[in-house]
Write a protein that binds this ligand. Structure first.
Ligand code: CP
Ligand code: NVA
Length: 309
């Protein structure tokens, strides 16, 4: 039986490090915090938000979550700290661990996050790296469970870039027993090691994981149609090429009509309207983007309360 004490002091670097039962427990805790809203779990505790890339949702929702639990936040970025000017991650981690109780970090390389966690003596939470976005996937599956009532037999279609968001969706979905089909152009498929991991997770959970090229092959009969930006942070130089490559992967009314009539439309945001998602679909009745964004707050509150509680 999973309990709160299983999470105390743990890093949250990748959902692969958590069992299906632990992920379900996290989602249940998030639902609990969605109702309860406020607590004292972080009283006299300070959370550092260390962001090397821009953020609206993650940074603000973690700050608000910390406040709602009675704690305080400090922020740091590469530009205005020594981290971007020659001081090592290792030395930074040693020092910061003497000041704060947890570090929420958005970095480029996953390995940097792993290193940070190794040198820090306080829990480190992944606020997005080039390869993973676990906090996003937790909020996504909470949203899916709220709207669909179950994970059993659900088909999630991810259309577009096989990126960090896609990877975490695959890992969490495969653990939770959700079928995940990814459609990406050649050269932009999810990382083979992640797909392998997801396929292994899917065996005990009884779901299937599929990677295809044609958007229609993924979307047909889907309960959820998920997309993300074609150009992730750090890939800006490739934007023009990506715009051409991903054009057929736009989630528009035509593609959506191949999914179930009550399919949810999801996107982690920020959206580039008119590119990966059309205005009518984003603002339409099937879109749950804003609920997804709200659920970041509740899932992160659950994470902080469990890790620091
Ligand atoms: N979805 C997400 O992580 O958004 P931000 O980049 O605004 O944090
Ligand atoms: N895949 C996107 C997600 C942004 C929240 C990126 O990494 O830029």
């Amino acid at each position: 039986m999973v309990s709160a004490k299983d999470f105390r002091g743990r890093d949250v670097l990748a959902l692969q490090d958590f069992s299906a039962e632990e992920i379900r427990f996290l989602l249940d805790q998030a639902a609990h915090w969605k109702k309860k809203r406020f607590g004292n779990e972080l009283r006299n505790k300070t959370v550092l938000l260390l962001f090397s890339k821009p953020s609206t949702r993650t940074k603000i929702s973690f700050a608000v979550a910390t406040h709602h639990l009675g704690g305080s936040v400090v922020t740091m970025d590469q530009m205005t700290s020594h981290l971007g000017h020659g001081e090592t991650l290792k030395d930074t981690a040693y020092v910061l661990s003497r000041y704060v109780d947890a570090i929420v970090a958005r970095l480029f390389a996953q390995q940097d996050l792993v290193d940070l966690a190794q040198y820090a003596s306080v829990p480190v939470l992944n606020a997005l790296t080039d390869s993973l976005h676990p906090c996003q996937a937790l909020a996504d599956y909470l949203t899916i469970r709220e709207k669909k009532g179950t994970f059993h037999g659900l088909n999630v279609a991810y259309v577009g870039d096989g990126n960090n968001v896609c990877h975490s969706l695959l890992i969490a979905g495969s653990k939770l027993g959700v079928n995940v089909s990814v459609a990406s152009p050649r050269g932009y498929a999810p990382d083979a090691a992640i797909v392998k991991q997801a396929k292994e997770n899917a065996q005990p959970s009884g779901s299937f994981i599929r990677v295809v090229q044609k958007p229609l092959d993924a979307v047909k009969g889907a309960d959820v149609v998920y997309t993300d930006t074609w150009t992730s942070m750090g890939r800006e130089k490739e934007a023009a090429k990506r715009k051409r490559m991903f054009r057929p992967y736009q989630v528009n009314q035509k593609l959506l009509s191949a999914a179930k009539h009550d399919a949810l439309v999801m996107h982690c945001m920020p959206v580039h309207r008119g590119l990966e998602l059309t205005d009518d679909v984003m603002d339409g009745p099937q879109s749950v983007l804003i609920d997804q964004a709200e659920n970041r707050l509740h899932t992160e509150k659950a994470l902080l309360a469990l890790v620091l509680g």
